[in-house]
Design a protein around this ligand. Structure first.
Ligand code: GLN
Length: 313
């Protein structure tokens, strides 16, 4: 981080955050997973990290929240590392849908029944089934260990209350999975696949964990602190492209215009964003807009992008 940018961030970030926090009343927390409905609508936090270990944060940045759809970026990467590009994209497509993340409308792509992309639920459920491992437990354990490594935090774990809450109420995902199974996209039993999927959605992080994970993406798969190569560059390229085209659900076009950064959101109100070669960013703001993205989080990222001219476009 340049000294100048750092100083400006340190000085201004709390004020910008409070301005964005005024928006939280215009949205609402996700309630379809009952445990997520307990989140506070006014929460807003952000953490920004650079490669030299400098950080800036503001608001409720220490608050734990579950990754939800943000986890899909990293399960995709792990599946690619396990099986390679060809095998993964035999089962899942590369195109945005323009529909909601849990939509059943466009399940079909080139072959009948192949999900459009790995970031919608149908695609991410398919990706969960592709993670190497002999049992759902082994697959889940590999995902957790991978996430811990990326976050540089051995204490990352599941929020089992959220996991059980979704397991009990996730019948829409269950029906997507049965459809995929019927079409031969899923090979394993539906409940086995869903237990892996719901588990990785329920991995709990805070904004600083998310910023660390984003930093690995921002530095082409290299952990900027240790210098260790964690992810092949090609898979980073694929992940970042999906983040730009599908990361903010069917508001990805608007987000690309207004913010212009690779980002991924989740229904818990988290957003992971990155400035390539510069910063990893973690945001939490559980009040969501009609597209399912953190209303204040998007507002804050837009402000930051404009202040520092971060847009890639
Ligand atoms: N676990 C959530 C679900 O499957 C993830 C969705 C999301 O964050 N958009 O519905």
């Amino acid at each position: 981080m340049s000294m100048e940018q750092m100083q400006k961030l340190k000085k201004k970030l709390p004020e910008w955050l409070e301005t964005s926090r005024l928006r939280t009343g215009q949205g609402d927390v996700a309630a379809y997973i009952p445990e997520l409905a307990k989140a506070s609508r006014d929460t807003l936090g952000i953490h920004i990290a650079d490669s030299q270990g400098q950080t800036v944060s503001a608001g409720d940045c220490g608050l734990p929240f579950t990754m939800q759809s943000i986890s899909k970026v990293f399960t995709l990467i792990l599946a690619l590392m396990d099986h390679g590009e060809e095998a993964v994209f035999y089962n899942v497509g590369k195109e945005p849908t323009g529909d909601d993340f849990n939509s059943m409308i466009k399940l079909e792509l080139v072959e009948p029944g192949i999900p459009f992309n790995p970031l919608i639920n149908a695609g991410a459920i398919t990706v969960s089934s592709l993670i190497a491992g002999d049992s759902p437990e082994e697959k889940s354990e590999r995902i957790l260990q991978f996430f811990r490594k990326l976050a540089g935090n051995d204490r990352l774990d599941y929020n089992m209350d959220v996991y059980h809450s979704e397991l009990e109420t996730g019948d829409l995902n269950r029906s997507l999975a049965y459809f995929l199974k019927q079409n031969g996209v899923l090979k394993d039993p539906v409940e086995d696949v869903l237990s892996v999927y719901f588990r990785h959605c329920s991995i709990e992080v805070d904004c600083s964990d998310l910023s660390r994970m984003a930093l690995v993406l921002a530095f082409d798969g290299v952990d900027p602190q240790s210098g260790e190569k964690l992810i092949p560059r090609r898979y980073i390229q694929i992940a970042k492209t999906f983040m730009v085209t599908c990361g903010m659900y069917n508001a990805s076009g608007e987000f690309a215009i207004d913010v212009g950064l690779p980002a991924k959101s989740g229904v818990s109100g988290g957003i992971m964003a990155l400035v390539p070669g510069q910063y990893g960013i973690g945001v939490v703001g559980p009040s969501l807009n009609s597209k399912g993205n953190s209303i204040a989080g998007v507002h804050l990222l837009e402000r930051l992008s404009k202040e520092f001219d971060w847009s890639l476009f």
